[in-house]
Design a protein around this ligand. Structure first.
Ligand SMILES: Cc1cc2nc3c(=O)[nH]c(=O)nc-3n(C[C@H](O)[C@H](O)[C@H](O)COP(=O)(O)OP(=O)(O)OC[C@H]3O[C@@H](n4cnc5c(N)ncnc54)[C@H](O)[C@@H]3O)c2cc1C
Length: 500
């Protein structure tokens, strides 16, 4: 069993050249590319934390006699859920909640899938065995996964099987003795250029006829024919940490994936030719409970972070003295504390599945998913309004070192003589998070990481257990009686009151 260090992670990246395209150029060695060095350093730091005295015993634990990263360990008690939360929080804190797809996210996904081999075995006993073996392989080598759940946005009114071309959306071209040959595109694999492996499963919603598009599988990211087209980076390596403290560190390199006849070996196929099973996987495997726990803890850290910036920034020029600012900051705090309450609620009301795995409460986690997608953008907008025009007149780091530094020290100071450097540093941090392209991406992430919030909320309405709410309403309706009863009863009361 390997518990990776950052150096081992980077060495593996170097030894597995993958086909990454960035700004029209093929990247030879991702570890040397200036736009990818930031995320690689952050992921390496997370792996190193598995060995550091302060964090080792929270991020790794004994599992069946072997020290194992906690995110891979299936929880068997409420205490295990709490231990998982502590581990998630350490990782989230290290990146201020900004790296949504840190290794613990997909470690958790794979753990959840592998705890439900019987679901995969519905398609054939070998598929249940494959998912368990794959999970053990990833766990034992502590590898880093990315994932791609969706077909690209070509025509969203049509299923994959009815797009303009047969392989716009990734699908099976043919079966061979070795495995399946995949062709077409998938979105949107965050951190793919710096991952070791790719896991492909599907958001529910595939239609009959989509059989060739419903495959669930995993492949090494350096598989021949797999092309990663990475979006334009926010930091191409030229940004300094004073002007862009976040985007110079926490870029997540989202990528479109193109499968150019990629071989998926049979032992890495988990669902094949079975639309119904592919659609059922998300719900039947308890994936959404376990991932919702990790994403909820990470989201809470990000809410605490952005609310903290909003409060501190308000103090710099004393706008925190105005009541409407206090009210809005109070709302941001309430939205943040709702996240904390929902994480804790999910742990305090767990369920045990048929395999003895304890899963956090779904209702709390689904609510948290929907709450985050709505409340984070609101706080980001609040932060924009708190800094207002101030953000757009912040000088750069170089100005502090130039002949006009005196002007900067004088005119950019804050209330109570707060030095300009401190004020500018905070405004730069805030703008990186709420205004810059990097900040817009992190906002878009919160809106969509759990899927389209429109359909998420609609599905929540459709699936909601309405028994108790309807019970209350029905009881209140009984208070009314029929119009005749109500009028007669009132008349009696009036007559009695009048002494008639
Ligand atoms: C920063 C970021 C990182 C991400 N990282 C990953 C990742 O690592 N792996 C991964 O797999 N995915 C990732 N995603 C993708 C994410 O899962 C999707 O963005 C999300 O599921 C929404 O799907 P979509 O973007 O295709 O939007 P669409 O589904 O195309 O929706 C676009 C708009 O059209 C509307 N719409 C479309 N279809 C329908 C319909 N049938 N009914 C009603 N309304 C509809 C939606 O409401 C929405 O307003 C990431 C997304 C972002 C923004």
């Amino acid at each position: 069993m390997t518990i990776r260090t950052g150096a081992e992670y980077i060495a593996h990246l170097k030894n597995t050249p993958r086909e990454v395209w960035l700004k029209g150029v093929r990247v030879n060695d991702v570890t040397e590319h200036p736009a990818l060095k930031g995320p690689i350093a952050q992921i390496a730091k997370i792996y190193d934390m598995q060995h550091e005295a302060a964090t080792r015993d929270i991020l790794t634990r004994d599992h069946e006699g072997v020290r194992t990263p906690v995110s891979f360990i299936p929880p068997r008690s409420q205490a295990d859920l709490e231990a998982r939360r502590e581990a998630f929080q350490i990782v989230a804190d290290a990146t201020f909640g900004l790296m949504g797809r840190s290794p613990d996210f997909l470690n958790t996904s794979l753990m959840a899938l592998a705890q439900a081999p019987e679901v995969f075995a519905r398609g054939g006993v070998q598929y249940g065995e494959n998912i368990v073996r794959y999970y053990e392989y990833i766990r034992e080598n502590d590898l880093f996964l990315t994932h791609a759940l969706l077909a690209p946005q070509t025509d969203r009114t049509r299923p994959s099987s009815q797009q303009k071309e047969e392989f716009l959306h990734m699908g099976v071209v043919r079966e061979t003795e070795e495995g399946l040959i995949m062709r077409g595109a998938r979105m949107l694999a965050t951190l793919a250029p710096v991952a070791d492996e790719l896991l492909v499963y599907n958001a529910p919603g595939l239609k009959p006829g989509d059989e060739r598009y419903c495959t669930v599988f995993a492949i090494p990211i350096d598989s021949p024919g797999l092309r990663l087209i990475t979006r334009e980076p926010f930091d191409d390596g030229t940004r300094n940490s004073f002007d862009h403290p976040l985007s110079s560190n926490f870029e997540e390199a989202d990528s479109l994936l193109v499968f150019d006849d990629v071989l998926v070996p049979w032992d890495r196929v988990f669902v094949h030719n079975n639309v119904e099973l592919s659609n059922a996987l998300y719900i039947d495997s308890n994936l959404r409970q376990h991932t919702g726990h990790q994403t909820g803890v990470r989201g809470l850290t990000k809410m605490e972070f952005i609310t903290g910036i909003a409060m501190k920034l308000s103090e710099t020029v004393k706008i925190d003295q105005f009541q409407h600012v206090q009210q809005k900051l109070g709302e941001a705090i309430a939205a943040t504390e709702i996240c904390r309450a929902l994480v804790l609620a999910s742990e305090s009301n767990p369920e045990i599945d048929e395999n003895g795995v304890v899963r956090p409460d779904l209702r709390a986690l689904q609510t948290l998913r929907m709450h985050l997608s709505a409340s984070y953008p609101k706080i980001a907008e609040l932060l924009q309004t708190l800094g207002a025009g101030g953000y757009l007149m912040m000088p750069s780091a170089e100005d502090f070192l130039s002949p006009i530094s005196g002007d900067i020290e004088k005119y950019l100071q804050g209330a109570g003589g707060l030095p300009a450097e401190e004020r500018v540093r905070l405004y730069k941090l805030a703008w990186d998070l709420c205004g810059d392209g990097f900040g817009q991406r992190t906002l878009q992430y919160e809106r969509y990481y759990a899927g389209d919030p429109v359909r998420l909320l609609a599905a929540n309405y459709m699936a909601y257990d309405k028994t108790r709410a309807y019970g209350l309403v029905d009881r209140a309706l009984e208070l009314s009686g029929t119009p005749a009863e109500a009028v007669a009863a009132k008349r009696g009361t009036v007559l009695e009151t009048a002494g008639v």
